[in-house]
Each structure stands twice: as structure tokens, then as C-alpha cells.
Design a protein around this ligand. Structure first.
Ligand code: ASP
Ligand code: MG
Length: 404
């Protein structure tokens, strides 16, 4: 019997009706003769609500309690799903992350999986049961509950698929797969039948919300194919894999965008060794992730340093950077919270000239000003004003002929 690992996101289990819908889909997989393990996220916006609840009690919830609190969202959805299956006459059992054998380090709120011991899962499967696992959580060596970082249920699912030797990890969500651009912005966007791990990783890291980047990374590491599809339809989704059919090169595969971008510029920074470290080390210690960094060539040993952070981290970042700027003899710090980014991704870019030029001219034709640029071997990202993002994505989709 084949082991099937499925994952259902928060919007797929958002209410009782949706939970019953998911139960029917899991039952169908079981009826086909599979051994089924299903990982679930918390219902709808539950996790956001739990975060809010914690901060309504105190500004300092404490990391241990905070993670236990957040982990309860997935306990609720997994138990309800097991109940729904039992009501349909199926033998099903829910397991917490700890019971499922998800072992993690002790980095609360962003714990890493250090190993999976799926003994209990295997035991339940052997009894003929369907196993529902609460995603997004694990347990430390000290038996403390941890969470894997927001969106972490995808990672739970891929880790379980790997440790159970599943052929493919099926991720069911509220979209039908990975598209050439967000179909809400670009109605002509096409669903991709397949995409490589690296391209998917860049897309996920630069704003495509369909998969969590860490889960894609894990899939690549263990060569676990990941099928992303809708939990509401039966249309085939997108297969993320590293196989041989991935030879469609020298082409833009997809366009990602991100509206969660804020920009900070430290003006008049003295250009001497150690300055960048002096600015970025305290930010790293405060757990603020920095994205694109640009330092201008200096004139008279004075330069400007610009970088981007998530909007939600702007205030915290400014509070840190202000005093540092003063202490290193720099000028003022200015910020802009209304930024966005557009990214083109495709293999073979590094060997083919003209991708950047085509991207920049498509943006300029729309009168969109590029403020910062960052690249990898298979990606070019432009930071632009938030209000231009929609037009930019549309223009790039056309410029790279993705509707064809
Ligand atoms: N419920 C968690 C979150 O909202 C984990 C997940 O959805 O994957 O971040
Ligand atoms: Mg969620």
C-alpha cells in the first residue's frame, strides 16, 4: 500500500463545512487503497487571533507560553477533522506534532526540525487508521512545545513525507497551483504544470504565497516531489520537482510580487571598514530580517546605505538604526513604508543577456521608477513604489510573453 501525505491549509479547513469537505477528500484517498496521513493548519485566521490574544494580555507573552498557545490552533483543526472522518465511518486519529514525532530545536517561534520519529504514525497506519497530524509544531528534547514559524505546516508535511517514504507530498490550498503571476492581478496568468525546486524557492521567497520557502528547500534537499493543488476542485495542480523534464531553460517562468516592503536609508554614512557590521549586527540580534541592501559608491568617503525590511518590522528597525546612525557619525535615517517588489524568475538567466534590459524597459514604459535592484542566478528583483506593483506585474507578464 502506498503512503499518501496530504496537507490542508487554513483556508481549506476554515469552517465546519470545509472541514467536512476535506474529510471527504481524505476518505477518497483512503478508499483508493492508500495509507493516508493528513497534516492540517489552523482554521482560517486562528493563528493571527491567538497572536492578538497573547498581546492583548501582555506586551511580553514569553516565548514558551506563546508557542504553546499558537500550537493549539492546529490541535483544534486536527481533532475536528478526525471527528468528521469518524462520523463518516472511517477510523481516524489525530496526533499533535509531539505525538507524531516531530523533534525540533528550542528556537521558539521559528524552530527547526532536527528529526522525525514517526513510530506512532506507523503504528496507527498499521491498524488501518487515517492519521491527522497537527502541523506547524514540534517538541524539544526537554519536551517543550515549539512552533516552526508562520506558514510552517507545509514544512511539517514535507518532513513527514520524507520520513515516511511517500512518493509525493500533496499540498492542498485555496489556489489551483503555481501560476505565471498572481491570477488576481493578471487574469491571463497560466497555471504551470511543473516547476523546479530552485525556481519555486525564489518565487516563494519573493512573495508567491502558495508554498512556504522552507518546505520547498526541504523538498529539494530530500528530492521529495511536491504537488500543489486546490482543495476545492479536482483540477491537476503544479508539480514541484527536480526531474529531467525541467529543461525549459532561458525563459522567465513566473513573476512574483510582494507588497510587504519598507525601505530605510541611512544618509551620510562614513565609508570605513566595520560600518555595515555596526548597523546590521544589532538588527540581526533583534531578529529583524533585512532583505535587499544597497550601498552607493562613496564620494569624499561619505555614502548612503539603503535596505528593506518587512513593513511590520519597520518601527522596530528604525528604533534600532536611529541611535546607531548617530553613534557612527552618520546623518539622518529616512524610511518609506509604501514600497513593493516585483521579481522575475527563470532558469538560464545568467547565461542569456537581455533579461534585465527587457524587465527595466517594460517598467519604464509604464513610468515606473526602479529604486533598488537585486539579482540571483535565476532571479531579478526590482523595488518600486507600492502603487506601481499591479501595473508592473501586468507589464512584465506581457513583456515576457507568459500568457502564450
Ligand atoms: N497556522 C500557522 C500559521 O498561520 C501555520 C500554517 O498555517 O502553516 O502561520
Ligand atoms: Mg495559516
Amino acid at each position: 500500500m502506498a503512503i499518501v501525505v496530504q496537507k490542508y491549509g487554513g483556508s481549506s479547513v476554515g469552517d465546519a463545512e470545509k472541514i467536512k469537505n476535506v474529510a471527504r477528500r481524505i476518505a477518497a484517498a483512503k478508499d483508493k487503497g492508500n495509507e493516508v496521513v493528513a497534516v492540517v493548519s489552523a482554521m482560517g485566521d486562528t493563528t493571527d487571533e491567538l497572536v492578538e490574544l497573547a498581546y492583548s494580555v501582555t506586551d511580553l507573552p514569553g516565548e514558551r507560553e506563546f508557542d504553546v498557545l499558537l500550537s493549539t490552533g492546529e490541535i483544534v483543526s486536527s481533532t475536528l477533522l478526525a471527528m468528521a472522518l469518524r462520523a463518516m465511518g472511517y477510523e481516524a486519529i489525530s496526533l499533535s506534532g509531539a505525538q507524531a514525532g516531530i523533534r525540533t530545536d528550542a528556537a521558539y517561534s521559528r524552530a527547526r526540525i532536527v528529526g522525525v520519529d514517526p513510530v506512532r504514525i506507523v503504528k496507527e497506519l498499521d491498524k488501518g487508521r487515517i492519521v491527522i497530524v497537527a502541523g506547524f509544531q514540534g517538541i524539544t528534547e526537554e519536551m517543550d512545545t515549539t512552533t516552526l514559524g508562520r506558514g510552517g505546516s507545509d514544512t511539517t508535511a514535507v518532513a513527514l513525507a520524507v520520513s515516511l517514504g511517500a512518493e509525493v507530498c500533496q499540498i492542498y490550498t485555496d489556489v489551483e497551483g503555481v501560476y505565471t503571476a498572481d491570477p488576481r492581478l493578471v487574469p491571463e496568468a497560466k497555471k504551470l504544470a511543473e516547476i523546479g525546486y530552485e525556481e519555486m524557492l525564489e518565487l516563494a521567497s519573493y512573495g508567491a504565497k502558495v508554498m512556504h520557502p522552507r518546505a520547498v528547500e526541504l523538498g529539494e534537499l530530500f528530492n521529495m516531489p511536491i504537488m500543489v493543488a486546490s482543495s476545492f476542485t479536482d483540477s491537476p495542480g503544479t508539480l514541484i520537482h527536480g526531474g529531467e523534464t525541467m529543461e525549459v531553460r532561458n525563459k522567465v517562468t513566473s513573476i512574483a510580487h510582494d507588497l510587504d516592503v519598507a525601505k530605510i536609508t541611512v544618509v551620510g554614512v562614513p565609508d570605513r571598514p566595520g560600518i555595515a557590521a555596526a548597523i546590521f549586527e544589532p538588527l540581526a540580534k533583534a531578529n529583524i530580517s533585512i532583505d535587499t541592501i544597497v550601498q552607493n559608491a562613496s564620494i569624499n568617503n561619505i555614502t548612503d546605505l539603503t535596505f528593506t525590511v518587512a513593513k511590520s518590522q519597520l518601527r522596530k528597525a528604525m528604533e534600532k538604526v536611529g541611535p546607531i546612525a548617530k553613534s557612527i557619525g552618520a546623518g539622518e535615517c529616512v524610511s518609506d513604508a509604501k514600497m513593493g517588489k516585483v521579481t522575475i524568475v527563470g532558469t538560464g538567466m545568467q547565461n542569456t543577456p537581455g533579461f534585465a534590459a527587457r524587465m527595466f524597459s517594460a517598467l519604464s514604459e509604464k513610468g515606473i521608477n526602479i529604486q533598488l535592484i537585486s539579482t540571483s542566478e535565476i532571479r531579478i528583483t526590482c523595488i518600486i513604489d507600492e502603487e506601481g506593483v499591479k501595473d508592473a506585474v501586468k507589464a512584465l507578464h506581457r513583456a515576457f510573453e507568459l500568457e502564450e
